[in-house]
Design a protein around this ligand. Structure first.
Ligand code: ZN
Length: 176
């Protein structure tokens, strides 16, 4: 296993749309393992393949306190969404930026697991937010693009400044 470099916003490669995965072969299995290791090391609660410059429809998530409930979603599809909730989000590709985002509160997702077995999952709370956030990445979307133009330009300015003098990551917050 190895740690993969994470693309940083506003890298244009974050806007690439991921393609569906065919059969789950050794290459995909390797990618899943490397993505899990990268997510745990970051640390983050979710990671989309897009963020590590692999443009296939693969997501890994672990929202558990103990960090021992890895969930793998291959070719995820949202089949139901209801309600509305606002929650602060962060992103491994947008360091030190935390903003409130409004999304459906509950979702049902259909996907393949790491062995290629189909499953359906109903999610709410942080898991629902995380699934939607990571699925956006596969569509080439970054959460800050849901914010106002003014906020987006402030964020870009802040990231530029940070490049010159990097701050240590804040580990207490939720990074997706
Ligand atoms: Zn993200």
């Amino acid at each position: 296993m190895s740690l993969l470099p994470i693309l940083r916003y506003p890298d244009a490669r974050l806007h690439q749309v991921a393609r569906p995965v065919g059969p789950i072969d050794d290459g995909i299995r390797q990618l899943i393992n490397d993505m899990a290791e990268t997510m745990y090391a970051a640390p983050g609660v979710g990671l989309a393949a897009t963020q590590v410059d692999a443009h296939v429809r693969v997501i890994v998530i672990d929202v558990s306190e103990a960090r021992d409930e890895l969930r793998v979603f291959v070719n995820p599809e949202l089949i139901k969404a209801s309600g509305e909730a606002e929650r602060e989000e962060g992103c491994l590709s947008v360091p030190d930026v935390y903003e409130k985002v409004r999304r459906p509160e509950r979702v049902t997702v259909r996907a393949l697991d790491a062995n290629g077995e189909p499953f359906e999952l109903e999610a709410e709370g942080l898991l629902a937010v995380c699934i939607q956030h990571e699925m956006d990445h596969l569509e080439g979307k970054v959460f800050v693009e849901k914010l106002s133009r003014l906020k987006q330009s402030r964020i870009r300015a802040r990231l530029k400044k940070r490049e010159r003098s990097p701050a240590p990551p804040e580990s207490r917050r939720t990074v997706l």
